[in-house]
Design a protein around this ligand. Sequence first.
Ligand SMILES: Cc1ncc(C[n+]2csc(CCOP(=O)(O)OP(=O)(O)O)c2C)c(N)n1
Ligand SMILES: [Mg+2]
Length: 561
Amino acid sequence: MKLTGAELIIRLLELNRITTVAGIPGGANLPLYDALGASSIRHVLTRHEQGAGFVAQGMARASGRPAVCLGTSGPGATNLLTAIADAKLDSIPIVAITGQVPRAMIGTDAFQEIDTYGLTIPITKHNFLVRSARDLLEVIPDALRIASSGRPGPVVVDVPKDVQTEAVEVDHLPAPVRPNPPPRMEASEIGRAAKLINDSKRPLLLVGAGVIAAEASAKLLGLVERASIPTAATLLALGALPHNHLLFLGMVGMHAARFTNLLLDECDLLIGLGVRFDDRATGKAAEFCPRAKILHIDIDPSELGKIKEPALGITADVGEALSALEPLIESDPRTEWIRHMRGLRERYPLMVPGTDDPLRPYGIIRHAAALLPEDAIITSDVGQHQMWVAQAFPFTRPRQWLTSGGLGTMGFGMPAAIGAALAAPNRVVACFSGDGSLLMNLQELATAAEQQVTVKIILLNNSHLGLVRQQQHLFYGRRYCASRFEAQTDFVAIARGFGIPAVDLCEARDPLAALEQAIRRPGPGLVNVPIAPEENVYPMVPPGGANRDMIGGDFDDAKPA
Ligand SMILES: Cc1ncc(C[n+]2csc(CCOP(=O)(O)OP(=O)(O)O)c2C)c(N)n1
Ligand SMILES: [Mg+2]
């Protein structure tokens, strides 16, 4: 059969079960859109390419499968960069297919020409500049395979316009892509790992996003319970264990509960699973887990020893490693260590003030959680609201919590929520956002309205760049420079302007009834929750400090979480 490059791309995407793509058309990718229009793939027209990148991320994070976004050359491609970089730092499998000027015009500063290949080298797992339509037969499957194999990550495929229109004779299309097999483990290493665990009196597990990527939560639970190992999670791994599991310690690091960081100081073995020892998790790395040997298991060998030198580092798929370990691990109640953990938890719990008041941070999170279905998907933006949700939301399952961790990108939450809702149309998606963050991709409210996705934006509105204000409060002598929004923004009117029902909890006669109504109604909605600007996230490890040196968190009016 004769196909153009554009038709070939679409056929290969269809073949690989890509059913929804997000993007924006332009001169250099119009042939691709022409082929897309004739296909079964659903296209989600975002209002900014960064939105398309985050919609794709939302689909990928919620489903675990690679997702695709599209942009034209030049500004289309540069607008995608932040979402691509974000996917790189959080190891999310997206494939961005960009239009490029025709081959003969590359290097001439043609209209909307930018070196997308060059620009994306440092922020992708891999990238391609396609030189002939025939190459697409390999490049598109390779892109999907690379994005989703091993440690996942973003891939860019830059396709010149005349490659999209070039016709090629194709005898048969390649089989659907399968991820590369994970690296082979050495049985002897697994044996040594089991010995380290069995010999340990005070082991502690630190789980990272790799556990979610490997779909290894059930196996993790097996190890945790069999060997009685207290388990902490990084920001991205929340949900890997249910929040109320007796051995779960919550989030580690900068805004962890005191007992969590204190217990880490005392363990004699730290088992890092699918973690990269990010500085927000470790605090001052040299003082992280000072008494512990480290057993580090990760699918990416470059992570082993990058930040913390392990006693034993194993390159493996975390799920496969857990399966291999299971028969070698001795059942052990570790009574003394667990009793010690309970004591610390009682003495230094996470204190959460204002849980009854829906106009206070922990209060709105608790009330929303009670009203949302247990399997609701939760996204957030970046700031204080993100940390409050991470501390206090009762996550019960993996892939329930989608947040921008490594890059910390304001503007992530709402478009990612749209993507999650597209990937999981039968689930409710709630996006906890901040007034600063929501404004960064506000235009995607139009996309949410157009797609009628069930995305509930719960806006913790403190009229500030709250996390910036908090740092100025604590570390810059209360000199608040550029963290307060002088102009008041009427988010309820704005949402309604986009055709999205909205309510202000401050004005509602019965705030809880208004919240419930907003959550129950199908389709998108926005709930504006005024929050006092003085509310801060505690405890907090000062930037650069050791985790044990956290400050704050002793509220007069607080209950333990
Ligand atoms: C794109 C981007 N620009 C700047 C920052 C730095 N930054 C981190 S948190 C924050 C404030 C976020 O404000 P808001 O969304 O209102 O959340 P709040 O902290 O008030 O809850 C800023 C400016 C960032 N993370 N991302
Ligand atoms: Mg704010």
